[in-house]
Ligand binder design. Structure first.
Ligand SMILES: Nc1nc2c(ncn2[C@@H]2O[C@H](COP(=O)(O)OP(=O)(O)O)[C@@H](O)[C@H]2O)c(=O)[nH]1
Ligand SMILES: [Mg+2]
Length: 431
C-alpha cells in the first residue's frame, strides 16, 4: 500500500513538474518574443511575401522591372531583403560595441566595405564629378564596390555613364516604397501644414527632402545590397576630394576599431529640429542601458544634456560601420523618433540624428575626425592644415578655407569633447 501510494505520489509529482515546465517555457517564450518584437524594425515584408518569385507582389514587380540588370537577381534581392529584415543575431544585446565588435575580428584582412550613394537620375553630371574625384584620389588604388540607391529606377543612361567611370564593381538598387513614404501613423494634413509653415527654411517646404532624411536615418543600411558589408563611405553628388588618400581608410577604421568617421562638423538650424532633442533625451532617459560609458555627449551638449548645442557631424561624408545602425539600440532609437513624427512634422535631418546617436551610443574613442582627408561639400572645405600632410598628399585646396575652427563649425567643441589638443596653428584659421 505504502509503495502503491508513493508510486502515485511520484507520478503526481512528475505530472506537476512537467506541467510547471511547460507553463514556464511558454511564458518565457512569450515574453522573449514580445521583447524581441520591440527591436524588430517596422519592416513591411513578411517572409512569405518573398518566399518565391511566383505571384510577385506589386513591390516585387516594381523591384523586378526596375532592377532587371542589377548585379543581384530579384530572387537574391528578395532573399536579402527578407534577411535584412532581421540580420540581428542577438536582439537582446544592449551594448552597441558588443554588437559591432565582430567586424573587428577581420583585423588585418580586407574590410567588407563599399561606397553608398543615394542619388537622382537628374544629378548624373554632379555624380560623375564626385566619382572622378573618388577614383582619382582613392579608388583607383583600393577598388571598393559602389552601391547606388534611388527611390526611382535608375535610367540606362545613368547606369552606363556611372559604370564607365568606376574601376570597381557597381550595384544599383531601388528603394522599396515603404522606406520612402509617409508611415501610416503620420497625419498627412499635419505634415502638409508643416511644410507650408516651414517653406521659408532651407528645404522646409520639401516632402522629398524629408523622405531622404528619414531614409538616410533609418533605412539605407537595411537595403539588401548593403547586407554583404560592414563598412560604408557615403558619397554625394558634387563633392570633391582635395588630396590623395594613400592608405586604405576602411582598413584603418577596422584595424583601429573605430566606428564612425567624419570630416566636417557644423551647427544645425534650430528651426528644423525644435523637438528632436527632447524626443531623444526622453528615449535615452527611458533606455539608459543603451548609453555608452565615456560617450561624446560633451560634443552635442554643453550643459550635460539639458540642451542641444546643435553640433553634428555633416553626414554627406561618413565612413562608418553599418552595424552601428543595425544595432538594437539604434533601431529602437530610430523607431522612437520615427513614431514621434518629427521627420515630417518638423524637418529632422539625418545628420543630427546620426550624430546624437553616435555621440551617445558609442564610447568617444570610437569616433574619428579625419583632418587629413581634403573634402568639399558645398559650401565648406576640410583642408589639411598640417603642411606635411598637405604636401605629401598633393592637396589642391586652400588652407585658409578650412572650416574646422570657424565659428559656425563644431571643430572646437569636438576637440574639447574628445579632450584632445587643437593643432598649434588653429587660431590662424578660425576667422
Ligand atoms: N534618389 C533621390 N535622392 C535624393 C533625393 N533628394 C536628395 N537625394 C540625395 O540625397 C543626398 C542629399 O541631398 P542633397 O540635395 O545633396 O542635400 P544637402 O546636401 O542637404 O543639400 C544627395 O546624395 C542627393 O542626391 C530624392 O528625392 N531622390
Ligand atoms: Mg548634398
Amino acid at each position: 500500500m505504502a509503495i502503491f501510494l508513493s508510486k502515485r505520489l511520484l507520478r503526481f509529482t512528475i505530472l506537476v513538474a512537467v506541467s510547471l515546465f511547460v507553463i514556464i517555457t511558454l511564458n518565457s517564450h512569450e515574453s522573449s518574443s514580445s521583447y524581441v518584437s520591440n527591436f524588430i524594425p517596422s519592416f513591411q515584408f513578411s517572409n512569405s511575401d518573398w518566399s518565391s518569385s511566383e505571384g510577385l507582389s506589386p513591390e516585387e514587380q516594381r523591384l523586378n522591372a526596375a532592377e532587371g540588370k542589377s548585379d543581384l537577381s530579384l530572387d537574391e534581392q528578395a532573399k536579402a531583403l527578407q534577411d535584412s529584415a532581421d540580420p540581428v543575431t542577438d536582439l537582446a544585446t544592449t551594448d552597441v560595441m558588443e554588437f559591432i565588435r565582430p567586424s573587428f575580428e577581420n583585423k588585418g584582412k580586407r574590410p567588407k566595405a563599399c561606397y553608398v550613394t543615394l542619388v537622382r537620375n537628374s544629378e548624373l553630371n554632379s555624380m560623375l564629378n564626385s566619382i572622378r574625384k573618388v577614383e582619382q584620389r582613392f579608388n583607383k588604388q583600393f577598388k571598393y564596390d559602389w552601391i547606388f540607391l534611388n527611390d526611382e529606377p535608375f535610367t540606362d543612361e545613368f547606369k552606363n555613364a556611372v559604370q564607365a567611370e568606376i574601376s570597381s564593381t557597381v550595384k544599383f538598387g531601388l528603394i522599396p516604397t515603404e522606406h520612402w513614404s509617409l508611415p501610416e501613423w503620420i497625419d498627412e494634413s499635419r505634415a502638409t501644414e508643416a511644410r507650408f509653415k516651414m517653406a521659408h527654411i532651407i528645404y522646409g517646404g520639401s516632402e522629398s527632402y524629408r523622405h531622404m532624411c528619414r531614409f538616410q536615418s533609418g533605412f539605407f543600411w537595411r537595403h539588401p545590397l548593403l547586407d554583404d558589408y560592414d563598412w560604408y563611405w557615403r558619397v554625394e553628388p558634387d563633392i570633391n576630394l582635395y588630396c590623395d588618400i594613400k592608405y586604405d581608410v576602411f582598413q584603418w577604421m577596422q584595424d583601429n576599431e573605430k566606428v564612425y568617421g567624419f570630416t566636417i562638423s557644423i551647427h544645425e538650424y534650430l528651426d528644423t529640429i525644435p523637438t528632436l532633442w527632447e524626443t531623444s533625451m526622453k528615449f535615452f532617459n527611458e533606455h539608459s542601458e543603451y548609453v555608452a560609458d565615456n560617450n561624446l555627449m560633451k560634443f552635442i551638449s554643453e550643459d550635460n544634456g539639458a540642451t542641444y548645442n546643435l553640433c553634428h557631424f555633416w553626414s554627406n561624408f561618413e565612413i562608418a560601420n553599418l552595424n552601428l545602425w543595425r544595432s538594437p539600440a539604434y533601431r529602437a532609437y530610430f523607431d522612437a523618433l520615427d513614431h514621434a513624427g518629427g521627420f515630417f512634422y518638423e524637418r529632422w535631418g539625418d545628420a543630427p540624428v546620426h550624430s546624437i546617436a553616435a555621440s551617445i551610443l558609442l564610447p568617444k574613442d570610437r569616433i574619428h575626425y579625419f583632418p587629413n582627408i581634403g573634402y568639399h561639400h558645398p559650401p565648406y572645405d576640410n583642408c589639411p592644415l598640417d603642411n606635411l600632410v598637405y604636401s605629401e598628399n598633393n592637396c589642391d585646396c586652400k588652407q585658409d578655407n578650412d572650416f574646422t575652427f570657424r565659428g559656425y563649425s563644431c571643430g572646437r567643441q569636438y576637440y574639447a569633447a574628445q579632450g584632445i589638443e587643437k593643432p598649434p596653428y588653429w587660431e590662424k584659421y578660425s576667422h
